[in-house]
Ligand binder design. Structure first.
Ligand code: SAM
Length: 263
C-alpha cells in the first residue's frame, strides 16, 4: 500500500522525550529491535529504518518517545530555549513542539501554549499530560488577539509560531492527494484555502514580529530563503525532494535582547 511505499521513501524519526528518558537509554532500548542512529542535526532525535512501525510501542504509549518528523523537530531546536526562559507557543495543538520546548528547557521556566480550537485544546492537554511537563500554561484563545505589550507576556523571551498551513510539504505522509475528490473541481476550493491560509500566516507573522528581529538558525545549513527581500539569507528551507520533506523555519529574537545574545 501507500504507507509501505512511503515507508521506503523516508526514515522513521523518533524524538526522545528527555523529560522522561535520556537519549542513550532510548537508543539502548530501541536497538533491541531496530537499527538506531542519532540524527546529525537535532540532538534528541533518533533515526530508524524506513517503515519501522512504532505506533504500538511501549515507549510511545508511556510518553518516553514521540513519533515526530525531522523538520518538525528542528523548530524548537532552532529556537534553542534556555532553562528558565518564558516562551510563547502561538499555535500549539496538538503540542508536539510545545513539549519539545519543555524538554529543551529541562522542565524549568514557563511555556504559554496558545490554541484557538477547543477540540484541539483537548489534544494539546493530552499531549502535555503524556509528556510529563509541568511548566506549560494552556491558553485557549486567538493568538492574534493577544496584546504583546500585556504585562502577562512581559517576561516572554521567544515566540514559536507554527500557524495552520496547507501541509503540501508533507503530502507524501498523507493520502488525501490520492482521493478522487481532490481533483480539478476542487481547484477553486484549494486556491481559496491557500489564500486564506497565506492571509492568516501573514497576519500572525506580523503580530509575532512586532517585537522581534530575524536571526539565523543552523548557520551551517545550506538551503536558505529565496532572495525576495533583504534578510532572506536568515531563513531556513528544507526541500521536499532533496531533503525528503518540505519545511520552512524563520527564527526571530527579541529586539531589546539582541545586544545580549551570544549568537
Ligand atoms: N505546533 C503544533 C505541533 O507541533 O504539534 C502544530 C500546530 S498546527 C500547524 C496549527 C494550530 O494553530 C492548529 O491547532 C490551529 O487550530 C491553531 N490556530 C489557528 N489559528 C489560530 C489562532 N488565531 N490563534 C491560536 N491558534 C490558532
Amino acid at each position: 500500500g501507500v504507507s509501505q511505499l512511503n515507508g521506503h521513501l523516508k526514515p522513521r524519526y523518533v524524538r526522545v522525550n528527555t523529560l522522561k528518558m535520556d537519549v542513550d537509554s532510548a537508543v539502548q532500548e530501541l536497538e533491541k529491535h531496530y537499527t538506531v542512529q542519532k540524527d546529525e542535526t537535532v540532538p534528541d532525535l533518533l533515526v530508524l529504518p524506513p517503515g519501522s512501525d512504532l505506533h504500538a510501542h511501549r515507549l510511545v504509549a508511556n510518553g518516553r518517545i514521540f513519533l515526530q518528523g525531522k523538520a518538525s523537530s528542528m523548530v524548537a531546536a532552532a529556537l534553542q530555549p534556555e532553562a528558565g526562559w518564558e516562551v510563547l507557543d502561538a499555535c500549539s495543538a496538538p503540542g508536539n513542539k510545545t513539549i519539545h520546548l519543555a524538554a529543551l528547557m529541562e522542565g524549568q521556566g514557563k511555556i504559554i501554549a496558545c490554541e484557538l480550537n477547543e477540540e484541539r485544546v483537548k489534544r494539546l492537554e493530552d499531549t502535555i499530560k503524556l509528556s510529563g511537563a509541568s511548566n506549560i500554561e494552556v491558553c485557549h484563545g486567538d493568538f492574534l488577539g493577544l496584546n504583546p505589550k500585556d504585562s502577562s507576556f512581559a517576561k516572554v523571551r521567544a515566540i514559536l509560531l507554527d500557524p495552520s498551513c496547507s501541509g503540501s510539504g508533507t503530502i507524501t505522509d498523507r493520502l488525501d492527494h490520492l482521493l478522487p475528490s481532490h481533483a480539478a473541481d476542487n481547484m477553486n476550493y484549494d486556491t481559496m484555502r491557500l489564500h486564506k491560509l497565506a492571509g492568516f500566516q501573514k497576519k500572525a507573522l506580523a503580530h509575532a514580529l512586532s517585537c522581534f528581529k530575524l536571526a539565523t538558525p543552523f548557520p551551517q545549513w545550506q538551503r536558505r530563503g529565496l532572495p525576495v527581500f533583504s534578510g532572506s539569507e536568515h531563513l531556513l528551507r528544507m526541500d521536499p525532494v532533496e531533503d525528503k520533506e518540505g519545511f520552512f523555519i524563520a527564527l526571530f529574537v527579541k529586539t531589546d535582547k539582541l545586544d545580549n545574545q551570544k549568537s
